[in-house]
Design a protein around this ligand. Structure first.
Ligand code: ATP
Length: 492
């Protein structure tokens, strides 16, 4: 599947727009529209519920984006949060040296009278066999040797713009958890092992943002710092290693629990050369995005590096008292760090399906019920009939108290179904003439509506009075066929 199909669906259907589009857009930031914000909120809520509310060993927090500048010196970001950058000497375009072979490249091929070709990322020219050495964009300029470029956004805190007032927009949420380690530990009387979760914005002045919301300069992270006693042993192994494995398994399973297909996920182990100097082991969960396998989440064993650094720079004690051994320890930390925006992209790509129904193309987003931005759409079959419309509105109001429910009467029913399929709405409820009857003829109608299920497109006829129970079961653990079995089928 191509990225531009997803990008255009996102814009057309109100999921994601380019930031400041009417001014030409920024290209490096994105705005979530009415359906996008629901989708992203659902993903963050599922993450929070599973990692904070459902676990006895986790708590949450929300630190500020602007922090004391020393935080970033202690964490190593001021000195080391850099990417290698190269410039084209001809067109001046800049590239990340370590990612330059992940973009298609322009080539003037000597074997074909210098004809211009755009060659897929990382591949040689099929005519002359050459590999890229020049600028991928103009195909002509030489590239400078790599220079290190710091990715943090700098700003000034307070009314003076001078060096002493320099502050940074946080490039990750993690440091807010480390600096609050003692506050959280003491206030919540926690015992190791325990974790702290946080969801929030992060900012990186990426050299080459791109691939839609995959790499932007402002994005959201969902991070966990899970603290472990390094002296503990579990099943004969160091506790930090065991917990690292547990988190990898847990997070790998999490995406699948919400519908991402197993074959589109893989674990990639960082080799020794790639590991940060403080990391004992790091793995990435990768998703098969339209541009190829790429990182969705990183899960690192950061040892005691961060707490020790902050203790040293702040002069404060950041330890845990081990009652059993009667000693202070600096916990090790396992960090599952996921991107909310990359998750949105993965869920969108995975849910997208095109199929043929009665000779017509149907586009459907097969979102998991918890992830779908809209759960129910109420659709009147005849918008000229005031009683049908009124019943539809009443129904929307009633259902919206428990589930995100929309009302739409702006097209004929076939079109309305297609629209709802395209945004992944789980159920459509249609109100028709039979529902309300004909008052002039003294008919009260059957007071039943048709529920249509998105994936099977099956329809059942259900009394209005049953809807709360039926949807309560459908949004819970009951499957469609189980619930549908109790009601007569309606003609599609
Ligand atoms: P990459 O190698 O792709 O730059 P990273 O290894 O620097 O990513 P981390 O520092 O591990 O990323 O950040 C944790 C998570 O935050 C990533 O797995 C990703 O989901 C998300 N993330 C990082 N940078 C960006 C970005 N520029 N735009 C969107 N999400 C991002």
């Amino acid at each position: 599947m191509k990225m531009d199909v997803i990008v255009s669906l996102c814009k057309r259907r109100g999921f994601i727009f380019q930031s400041s589009e009417i001014y030409g857009g920024t290209g490096s930031c994105w705005d979530y529209g009415p359906l996008g914000v629901e989708l992203k909120n659902n993903i963050k809520a599922a993450w929070w519920r599973d990692n904070v509310h459902l676990r006895p060993d986790m708590v949450g927090q929300d630190a500020s984006i602007l922090m004391h500048p020393s935080v970033w010196k202690a964490s190593g970001h001021v000195d080391h949060f850099t990417d290698p950058m190269v410039d084209c000497k001809a067109c001046q375009h800049r590239f990340r040296a370590d990612k330059i072979d992940e973009t298609p490249w322009v080539h003037f091929c000597p074997a074909t009278k210098n004809n211009k070709f755009t060659i897929p990322a990382g591949e040689p020219c099929s005519h002359c066999g050459a590999r890229r050495t020049l600028c991928p964009d103009c195909g002509a300029g030489e590239l400078t040797p790599p220079r290190q470029f710091n990715l943090m956004f700098k700003t000034f805190m307070g009314p003076v713009e001078e060096d002493a007032a320099v502050a940074y927009l946080r490039p990750e949420t993690a440091q807010g958890i480390f600096v609050n380690f003692d506050n959280v530990l003491q206030s919540m009387r926690l015992k190791l092992p325990f974790g702290v979760a946080q969801v929030g914005k992060a900012f990186r002045n990426e050299i080459t943002p791109g691939n839609f919301i995959f790499r932007s300069r402002e994005f959201e992270q969902m991070e966990i710092e899970f603290f472990v006693n390094p002296h503990d042993v579990v099943d004969g192994r160091p506790a930090d290693e065991v917990w690292h494995d547990r988190w990898i398994e847990d997070r790998f399973g999490w995406y699948q629990r919400y519908g991402v297909r197993r074959e589109n996920l893989q674990i990639r182990e960082h080799d020794k050369g790639e590991l940060a100097h403080y990391a004992k082991r790091t793995v990435d969960i990768e998703y098969h995005f339209p541009m190829g396998w790429s990182e969705l989440e990183g899960i690192a064993n950061r040892t005691d590096f961060d707490l020790k650094q902050h203790a040293q720079w702040s002069g404060k004690t950041l330890t845990y008292f081990d009652e059993e051994r009667k000693t202070h320890v600096v916990p090790y930390v396992i960090e599952p760090s996921a991107g909310a925006d990359r998750s949105v992209l993965a869920f969108l790509c995975d849910a997208y399906q095109e199929e043929e129904v009665r000779g017509e193309k149907r586009v459907v987003l097969r979102f998991h019920r918890d992830i779908a931005p809209v759960k129910i759409a109420v659709l009147p079959l005849l918008k000229k009939r005031a009683d049908i419309v009124a019943t539809g509105h009443e129904l929307r109001t009633r259902l919206a108290r428990r589930w995100v429910t929309v009302y739409d009467d702006t097209a004929a029913i076939g079109r309305l179904y297609r629209r709802q399929d395209e945004v992944g709405t789980r159920y459509c409820v249609t109100v028709d003439v039979k529902t309300v009857g004909d008052r002039e003829k003294g008919e009260t109608g059957d007071q039943k509506v048709t529920i249509r299920e998105r994936d099977s497109m099956e329809q059942i006829r259900v009394p209005l009075a049953d809807l709360d129970t039926v949807f309560g079961r459908l949004m819970g653990d009951a499957g469609w066929s189980e619930v549908a079995a109790a009601y007569p089928r309606a003609e599609a």
